[in-house]
Design a protein. Structure first.
Ligand SMILES: Nc1ncnc2c1ncn2[C@@H]1O[C@H](COP(=O)(O)OP(=O)(O)O)[C@@H](O)[C@H]1O
Ligand SMILES: [Mg+2]
Length: 205
């Protein structure tokens, strides 16, 4: 059996990731492709426990390096115990966030040294990378407006506006570094327009 494809979707909160993952899963399903949907941080039993540590609003004093290491611990668990086995089974995997988010949030947002993040990426992933990354780009204003109705914010969502501006820039920088893999999509367009762009990218994959 052929190896499946690994797709990641990223961008600030409110960019439309969950909305478009719903579309991607049903699109691939219609093509007869078996899809595993997952998310970061989390996606495995242990990973979801790490997620609650990361997003706990009571952990205000968490050191930025600890945050980064926990992200990569959750990611290691996800790659080894879920993503690689699924791909080997011929399934496709779609992840809501992946390593680009560590560069954007911990690198951009928290201003950690990018070379250190690269070292962790090499350690945990070796040469393993997504086949396609959809980067949904919207202004911080639009993103925040779309999620206004959500319940309480988690520890990272509580950050200040300037933090999210740095996150957005961090994502854009990543897409410039890896234009073949990371497709920057203007997610301020309508849901249908974004969906059409994603559909044509999936077709070429
Ligand atoms: N392109 C879009 N235009 C307008 N509203 C959108 C668009 N994409 C998503 N939304 C809406 O914005 C909100 C946040 O979308 P969601 O998919 O949950 O974003 P994310 O998962 O990136 O945080 C939802 O109410 C969704 O219906
Ligand atoms: Mg979401």
């Amino acid at each position: 059996m052929n190896k499946g494809k690994f797709i990641t979707i990223d961008g600030v909160e409110g960019a439309g990731k969950s909305t478009q993952i719903d579309f991607i899963c049903s699109y691939l399903h219609r093509k007869g492709i078996e899809v595993v949907r997952t998310r970061e941080p989390g996606g495995t039993d242990l990973g979801e426990k790490i997620r609650s540590l990361l997003l706990d609003v009571d952990s205000k004093e968490m050191h930025s390096d600890t945050e980064l290491l926990l992200m990569f611990s959750s990611r290691n668990e996800l790659i080894q115990n879920k993503i690689i086995p699924a791909l080997n089974d011929g399934k496709w995997v779609i992840s809501d966030r992946f390593t680009d988010a560590s560069f954007a949030y911990q690198g951009g947002g928290r201003m950690l040294n990018l070379d250190r993040i690269t070292k962790l990426e090499e350690w945990v992933q070796g040469t393993f990378q997504p086949d396609l990354t959809l980067l949904l780009d919207v202004s911080v204003d639009i993103g925040m407006k779309r999620i206004e109705v959500r319940k309480e914010k988690d520890r990272i969502e509580k950050e200040e506006r300037a933090f999210f501006e740095r996150v957005r820039s961090g994502f854009i920088e990543r897409s410039k570094l890896y234009p073949e893999r990371i497709k920057l999509i203007d997610a301020s367009r309508s849901i249908d327009e974004v969906q059409n762009q994603i559909q044509s990218l999936l077709e070429s994959l």
